[in-house]
Design a protein. Sequence first.
Length: 407
Amino acid sequence: MSTATATEPTSAPVAEAGESHLAAADKFFAPEPPVAVPAPAPEPAKAADKPAEPQAEKPAPVDPDPLAKVLKAAAKAPVAAEVPSADEIDRGLQAPPENSKSRAGWDELKKRAADERKLRLELEQKLKARDPKGAAAAADEATLARLAELEQQNRQYSDRLKVLDLKSHPEFAEKYLAPASRAKAALGQIAKSDELELDVEELIGLKGKALNTAVSGVMEKMTPYARVRFQSALDSYFSSKDAADKAVAEADQFLSSVKKSSAARSRASFDAVAGSYRETFLPAEVDEKASDTDKKSAASYNEALAGVSRQAEQYAFGQIDEQGAADLAHKAALYEFAMHHGIPRIASMYGAALSQRDSRISELEGQVKALTAASPRLDGGSGGVSISDAPIQNDSHLEAARKYFQR
């Protein structure tokens, strides 16, 4: 029994020449096909000479879905949310001046809005990473609630920025804040002139019945004339305050109206001022008989002069940053200097040079006339040849001297 077991492996087929191990293993473990007629066994020598039939190799096992593994790894990786820029936060709004009391609140709200939007974008990116198709159905309720909360805060910050923009606008201050401030100051002055101690801030801070009771108590202590003035100032204050509150509630409409009216006023002012500068420099007249160089110079001058108005319009209505504003301020200052000092000095120096030249020309012309009238002779005495009688020739000095002394 043990002997049979030891000799059994020797009966297994051996891989033929040119046959891979994988093909030999397939041949070994494959079931034998049913054979109707047994084929004669080839002779050993002939079987060795016959080349082995090519056997197709089995492909190596492949991962059925490698893309799924890649997507899973990408979903687990952190996704960087795009941080919104400052221009996206306060686009269309005007920041209060640097020295304004509301500037600190503006900057703080702007920072909070940017932080909240950044956090919202990060959460949205995480949701998209969980579902490559972008569906938010798998998001948990806590995440959706947080997104809704962030959107609400974003709207609140945007509204607050809009209110700050509105209250810092010069037209809003002139139309509502200034009249209310004057009326409040008048209330204190009227009470002081009637010898009453009154905390105006506390009084106007009351509402409803408490306000009516306090005002009635104050007016009972006043003289009739002061009472009338106090009532008028109080009505003016609350009228301005109510109008300001209404404008704040309708900030979008107010800002839009102000923007349109401001643009119209700016355009009207620009056109009016442009007329006063139109004849500062006049176009150059091009002479048809002038040289090509002079014609080209005049045409270039006229083209540059025609573009002055367009450049001024760009300066007035185009977007400009701090550096551009500084550059424009220096150009304006240099223009005034050039017009009032630079060009007049150049004209004065040029005029002096022309006067000196004209004086020298006049002096030389006088000398020429005097010499011509005296008719001097070449020999310095009589009997010689006068300058006017001397022939004009192209002789050298030596030839001219020989001709003269041969006479």
